[in-house]
Design a protein around this ligand. Structure first.
Ligand code: PXG
Length: 445
């Protein structure tokens, strides 16, 4: 079947698009194009079907081509294409905020709209600083991130992030007053853990060391991903997040969860915070919010933060922050239609029902050549490979390419293959995804 909507660009027409997080020259010498998507699959321009093992980029949680979302966006665009949210409002934005507040972790029922995960993170960091200042603690400005963390590409998110390639070029342009906790990946102790690893809760105590170094009176917030995605799926050891929460509480430090990939059902509850029973003060989200159909993010703030910031003088703008496209009507329409699908199809909890099947499938790859660890939680899975000598990432990249040639899309990050399929995946598709990956790993030197 011909899946082309637009003519395929010729090789000399590929240069103008400077592609994000892509080896541009390598890609343009040998492009991999996607032209159509429906349900669990993509199709290439020449009509080849590809099973989507990563929900696009961790965002298409309800599967592709959902008619309800298309119709809601079409209707909204033809009714009112755009409306400002600065000193004006439109009804659908309030409806969406209420719907989100109803599924949020306890108390986080104030919702600020952005257009991406990066914007959600920078918004949450600014809210943390604004909160302390509103309470007369304006010296609390320091931000604590974590090694191997990914919080998007804004200057704030980059500064609290901890992936070296994202940082090294921009070293001198980082925010001042940022420090980092150690990451929690430890293959020596935790290789092949099923679900959360048992070893490592004590790593949260490193926060006490940083407090000893900087003093709590200078620290605004700690930001972590409940599960790191971009660094290759790093799971929180049992008890780790609870311990971070306790230390933050004791020291009047806000805890921010970056749930850009864990939000909206990925690990079997609407948010990881609910699955792990640890409530942050601020939560950044994006991706699954609109099923990837429109760009949108949301920051969930605890009511205490909203109330503190609202103490500004009557009639004044309380938080000097926002985006032209905050609460864009078409994105709001997409998000509402997405939430309807999630509710109707039970997708915010489906990963919990599928997780043991998923876990068994992913762990069946144990023992294959060069595999050194397998990690899983909810509908996230990762296979870590031994790097080729002197060529970090090369083996996993080759595996990613071969999987795509065989009709399965996975993600490669460093020497890890990550999988995060749409939450509608069925047993046969899980088997196909994992078996294809397994046979490619077997054949790759
Ligand atoms: N925080 C987290 C935890 C993320 O995973 C962002 C913020 C930034 O979101 P935006 O919408 O600004 O890109 C992300 C993005 C991958 C992968 O395969 C992960 C992301 C993006 C692209 C690829 O690991 N996460």
């Amino acid at each position: 079947m011909n899946a082309q909507l637009h003519p395929v660009p010729a090789n000399d027409e590929l240069d103008a698009f400077w592609m994000p997080y892509t080896a541009n020259r390598q890609f343009k010498a040998n492009p991999r194009l996607l032209a159509r998507a429906e349900g669990m699959h993509y199709w290439t321009p020449d009509g080849r079907q590809v099973l989507d093992g990563v929900a696009g980029l961790w965002c298409v949680n309800a599967g592709h081509g959902r008619r309800e979302i298309t119709e809601a966006v079409t209707k909204q665009l033809s009714t009112m294409d755009f409306a400002p949210s600065f000193q004006m409002g439109h009804p659908i934005a309030f409806e969406l905020a209420n719907r989100l507040a109803a599924i949020s972790p306890p108390g986080l029922d104030r919702v600020f709209f952005t257009n991406s995960g990066s914007e959600s993170v920078d918004t949450a960091l600014k809210m943390a600083i604004a909160y302390h200042r509103a309470r007369g603690a304006g010296q609390k400005t320091r931000l604590i991130g974590r090694e191997k963390g990914y919080h998007g590409v804004g200057f704030g998110g980059m500064s609290v992030g901890g992936i070296v390639n994202n940082r090294k070029i921009f070293g001198s342009s980082m925010l001042p007053g940022v420090d980092h906790l150690p990451h929690t990946l430890n293959i020596e102790h935790n290789a092949y853990s099923r679900g959360l690893p048992a070893w490592g809760a004590h790593l949260a105590n490193e926060l006490e060391r940083l407090i000893g170094l900087h003093d709590a009176s200078t620290i605004a917030a700690v930001i972590v991903e409940p599960i790191s995605g971009s660094a290759g799926v790093i799971l929180p050891p049992v008890g780790y997040l609870k311990r971070l929460r306790e230390i933050c509480d004791k020291n009047d430090i806000l805890l921010i969860f970056d749930e850009v990939i864990t939000g909206f059902g990925r690990i079997g509850k609407p948010f990881a915070s609910l699955a792990f029973d640890v409530t942050p003060d601020l939560m950044a989200s994006a991706k699954g919010l609109t099923n990837g159909a429109m760009p949108m993010g949301a920051v969930f703030a605890h009511r205490k933060i909203y109330d503190a910031v609202m103490q500004a003088p009557e009639g004044s703008i309380e938080l000097f922050h926002g985006y032209t496209y905050s609460a864009h009507p078409a994105s709001c329409a997409a998000a509402l239609a997405t939430l309807d699908i999630y509710t109707k199809e039970g997708l915010l909890t489906r990963a919990a029902a599928m997780s043991s099947q998923w876990e068994n499938a992913v762990h069946s790859l144990r023992g294959l050549p060069h595999v050194v660890d397998i990690r899983n939680c909810g509908l996230i899975g990762a296979v870590e490979l031994e790097p080729r000598a002197g060529k970090p990432g090369a083996r996993a990249f080759e595996i990613f390419l071969k999987c795509f040639e065989r009709g399965v899309m996975v993600r490669q990050t460093g020497d890890t293959i990550a999988m995060s399929p749409p939450l509608i995946i069925d047993a046969k598709q899980i088997a196909h995804l994992v078996e294809t990956l397994g046979s490619v790993i077997r054949e790759t030197a």
